[in-house]
Design a protein around this ligand. Sequence first.
Ligand code: MN
Ligand code: MN
Length: 301
Amino acid sequence: MGSYGKKEDNAAELISHFSHLKIADALSDYVDSDYVIFGVPFDNTSSYRRGSRLAPNSVRSAYDNLESYEVNYNIDLLNCKICDLGDLPVYEDVDYVLSEIETVTDIIFRDGKIPVMLGGEHSITVGALRNVKDASMIIIDAHSDFRDSYMDNKFNHACVTRRALELLGENRIISIGTRSTSYEEINSPEYHNVRFISANEVRKNGIDAVIDEIRKRSKNRIYFSIDMDGFDPAYAPGVGTPEPYGLTSVDVRSILTAFSDKIIGFDINEMTPLYDNGNTPMLAAKLIQDFIASREAYLKK
Ligand code: MN
Ligand code: MN
């Protein structure tokens, strides 16, 4: 016995010697975990640049380059209870993928854990939301995603906010970073049941005013969904449908960390490594760290 009978926890050091498609700080097994990461490599309804099915492992690889110690919160992520289940097997059919996500997130929620879902495209969020009740939702997105149907499909990634409104109800959803919508969407009567805070408003009013407004509008339980095209393409170039004039990385971090103690479910989606310079999965990996470390810092208080 190498340690002469003394039981040491060498998991982090041992794992660092191997290549592995797993979030590097995910050392817990499912039973012991608080945060349950899994990938959904699905991009079948994407309308422009495909490739988000390749994103989960690009985030895992990028994460390998980050320190486990988070200096801003004095939290070591190796001590946080994170597990990475791997990727859900997906097929071409969005209905099937959403029902699989619904099934697994139901179990994760019932076990009192937080699902952290890596897309894949934005449509995957709806599967998790089917299990969310009596909660608010914060979305980061360039697009309103408010079409009732797109390309003959109500579960297309262009319809996510509309489906979320049906599941969660009026005045529960705040979508931040909006700068692309259609005439038809903005003129639908239901549009005003969601608070869309445009990227221009964020720039004009400042992030603190935006956070104050979200605080007044949101409940104590929040589902948080990040469509990476909400960022300006300068910060996140590798996305399926890029839109100029977006949010900064620091703005989104501020929103995420202001509410992380209330978050019950989290997803990051719409990244496509095929059009990337490497910055997009790195930002996604960092957002996962900021979410978990800031939340753990709140819980310690
Ligand atoms: Mn979206
Ligand atoms: Mn979008």
